[in-house]
Write a protein that binds this ligand. Sequence first.
Ligand code: CTP
Ligand code: MG
Length: 230
Amino acid sequence: MTWALVPAAGSGRRFGGEVPKQYLHAAGKSLIEHALEAVLSHPGIDGVVVALAADDAHWPGLTSLHGKPVLTCIGGGERADSVLAALRGLPAGVADDELLLVHDAARPHLHADDIGRLIEAARDCIDGAILAAPVRDTLKRSDADTRIARTEPRDGLWRALTPQAFHRDLLLRALKAAQADGVVATDEAMAVERLGLHPALVEGREDNLKVTTPADLALAEFLLQGRASR
Ligand code: CTP
Ligand code: MG
C-alpha cells in the first residue's frame, strides 16, 4: 500500500486574497482537486491523507476519488507540522515500511510519468527520492544594497519539487527529529538529510509548478487548459 500525504493547511500569505490559494480555480477545478486527481488517478497510489487548516471553510468534503479513500486531518503551523499530522492520520493498514508520497496541494500540474519514475527510484534508494529540476537561470548573490556581490555557480543545483517519496518510518523519524531540534524543514528531504542520509534526485518535468503568486496561477491555468484540450 502506497499512500500520499497532501499538506493543504497553508494560508497562502505570499499569494494574498481571501481564499487560500489551494482552493482557487484553474481550468474548472480547484488547485487541490487537480493535485488530488493527479495523485489518485495513478494506479500506484492507494489513498491520501489531506492536512487541512483548523478553520478551513473551503474543503469540498471529498471522502473518496477514483474509488480510493480521501482522509483528512488538522494540519499545523508549519508545512512539516502538517505532514506530521497527516502521517499520524494514516489508517492502520499502512505498514511502517510502506512508501509514502508527500505532494503539495498547491502543485496542480503533476504528470503520471513523474509519479511512476519517483516511486521506482524510491524503491531503489533506501534514503528516499524526490522530484527535482536542474536550476537553469544564472544565480546572483546580492550584497546589503541589493547590488550583485557575485555570480554563484549553478552546477549541481536543483529545485526541489513534489512529490517526495520516503518510507513511513524514516519520514516519521526525520520530521520528529527536526521538530525536536527546532528546525523548520521546508521539504521532507531536508528533514531526512539532517539524519545524514542522501535521498535520490529524480529529474521531473519543469512544468510541475507550485502556485505561489498570482502570476503562477495564470501559468497553471494555461498548462491545465492545454492538458484538458489534448
Ligand atoms: N502547508 C501546510 N501547512 C502549513 C503551511 C503550508 O499544509 N502550515 C501546505 C500549503 O497548503 C501548500 C504546501 O504546504 O499546499 C506548500 O506550501 P506553500 O506553497 O508555502 O503554501 P503556503 O504556506 O500556504 O503559502 P505562503 O508560504 O505564501 O503563506
Ligand atoms: Mg508556506
